[in-house]
Design a protein around this ligand. Structure first.
Ligand SMILES: [Fe+2]
Length: 512
């Protein structure tokens, strides 16, 4: 019977092979950390490009190329000179006969020997191949794509979120790597900072163990030891935002006393992500991107600037980002408007009053109403919000006032399954799906027993969300299938489940 990584770890600990419950935290020797990682199925690319290659943030003429030199990926200090020159090359063919750009960049110890190349002068809507060379070695080849400009008839992209390494293998990323996609969006919880393995529920938290820059680096390198994650990065460019576990559970970036830990989490995140190299230690995560005239992306940062939850004047966006988002709403053109949103926007009220979780937008009621009322008042059409965090799939109608079921529908939120992070039990889901549906008339669909990712297929007339699920997160080669598909028609707010998949398993459906 296949085991997930947590079971493997427990088995090894019981057999006396490992002395501690979650041996990838700080305080271990390199040999101990490697022993634990290999027990969990870790493998890396050939040194020094152990953690792979990636590309991201495509613009019509530019894309970011990333790698990190880490000959000993779990070591706190890499056995490298302070600065290593890294050559990079971009070609239009995978054999690198037609080279269109190349250069060198310094990988420095100060930034974990990572490199971020913002390549410019590329052609729009074009596939490219890239690779790196350093210390006499060549990296694997990555494949990427620039954004189109002008008229676009179709875009196909995927979202991933919540990939707790100890909860399962990344069969879902293997699926993403094999999909025909223009790009991938990551919605956060790329790593988990957890110190120890705990219970089986979504929101269990054990001691905070990863707090320093070397420890966060080790954690990121561990996550990249899953070959399916590296394959998904090498296959497509990614747009990336973050959620809380890149630093610590349910944190606010403005929490006093968290500064040093936050800085360490942010810097190590930058060092491992294909993001623009403009702000390495305090990354600028929120931004606007587009895919021609078809898709307008507002990538949100719901962590760095937020206040505490449940305050009368609380903010999840922070003043500057809120003004930016409202300005984008005011000047929205004719396109699908997609908010890349790490945590649930729609209300999720409990039957007797109150909310399930106020770390999500439910803890920032006045600001949510202000932003959504602005969407309504400006008449911005065709809003689709894509969300992670919950480890279960939801489809919601978005209303400016969720307490008023007669308020107009102004958009749709698709909350995706997690890649691997543990969801609630099937028993909890079966009992609570109908309860959540009953207490939230805007909630259309809930499915919490599966893991996977969403694929969005968007044309000028229709947005389709395909929920891709894996059979078993304990199996790295688990096959991918489509659980169901919902669509939104252009100019008509509200989603509909495709006829062919309406009888698929789910714990709640509003419309039958
Ligand atoms: Fe998560």
């Amino acid at each position: 019977m296949p085991l997930n990584r947590r079971d493997l770890l427990r088995g090894a600990a019981a057999a006396g092979a490992l002395g501690v419950a979650w041996p990838l935290s700080g305080g271990l020797t390199l040999a101990q950390a490697e022993e634990a990682a290999f027990a969990l199925g870790a493998s890396w690319d050939e040194a020094p490009f152990t953690v792979g290659v990636a590309s991201g943030d495509p613009l019509p003429e530019s894309v970011v190329l990333w790698t990190r030199l880490a000959p000993q990926p779990l070591a706190e200090e890499q056995p490298l000179p302070d600065t290593v020159e890294v050559e990079w090359v971009v070609a239009t063919d995978s054999a690198f006969r037609r080279r269109v750009a190349h250069g060198t960049a310094p990988a420095t110890a100060a930034l974990g020997h990572s490199v971020h190349i913002a390549v410019t002068g590329l052609e729009p809507a074009r596939r490219y191949y890239y690779r790196f060379r350093a210390l006499g070695r060549t990296s694997r080849t990555g494949r990427t794509r620039t954004a189109p400009d002008g008229h676009v008839r179709r875009v196909r992209f995927a979202s991933a979120n919540c990939q707790a390494f100890h909860d399962g293998f990344y069969a879902a990323h293997r699926g993403i790597a094999q999909e025909d996609l223009d790009f991938v969006v990551h919605l956060g919880d790329y790593i988990y900072e957890h110190g120890q393995v705990g219970g089986d529920h979504v929101r269990d938290h054990e001691g905070p163990a990863v707090t320093t820059l070397p420890a966060y680096r080790r954690r990121h390198a561990l996550y990249k030891s899953d070959p399916s994650l590296r394959a998904a990065h090498a296959a497509h460019p990614w747009f990336i935002t973050w959620d809380d576990h890149e630093v610590v559970n349910d944190y606010s970036g403005t929490t006093p006393g968290l500064r040093a830990r936050r800085d360490a989490g942010y810097q190590s995140w930058f060092e491992h992500m294909p993001v623009r190299p403009d702000h390495p230690t305090t990354p600028q995560v929120y931004r606007q991107r587009s895919w021609g005239d078809l898709l307008d992306l507002s990538i949100l940062d719901l962590r760095q600037y937020r206040s505490a939850q449940n305050l009368p004047g609380g903010t999840i966006l922070g003043g500057t980002q809120k003004a930016w988002l409202k300005d984008r709403i005011s000047h929205a053109g004719d396109a699908w408007h997609c908010w890349v949103n790490s945590i649930m926007l729609s209300q999720l009220a409990k039957p007797g009053g109150g909310y399930y979780f106020t770390d999500q937008w439910d803890g920032f009621l006045a600001e949510r109403r202000e932003v959504l009322t602005h969407v309504h008042d400006t008449g911005m059409p065709d809003l689709v919000v894509i969300t992670g965090d919950w480890h279960s799939a939801f489809v919601d109608d978005i209303r400016p006032d969720f307490d008023n079921p007669d308020a107009p529908v102004i958009g749709t939120e698709f909350t995706a399954h997690s890649i691997s992070s543990g969801a609630y039990s099937p028993e909890w889901n079966a009992a609570n799906g109908p309860v959540m549906g009953g207490a939230n008339p805007h909630l259309k669909y809930f499915e919490g027993n599966r893991y996977g990712y969403d694929v969005y297929e968007v044309t000028p007339r229709r947005w389709s969300t395909h929920m891709r699920v894996i059979g078993d997160r304990r199996d790295p080669n688990s096959p991918v299938s489509t659980l169901t598909t919902f669509h939104v028609d252009r100019g008509k707010a509200g989603s509909h489940e495709d006829r062919g998949t309406r009888t698929s398993p789910a714990q709640y459906r509003r419309d039958r």
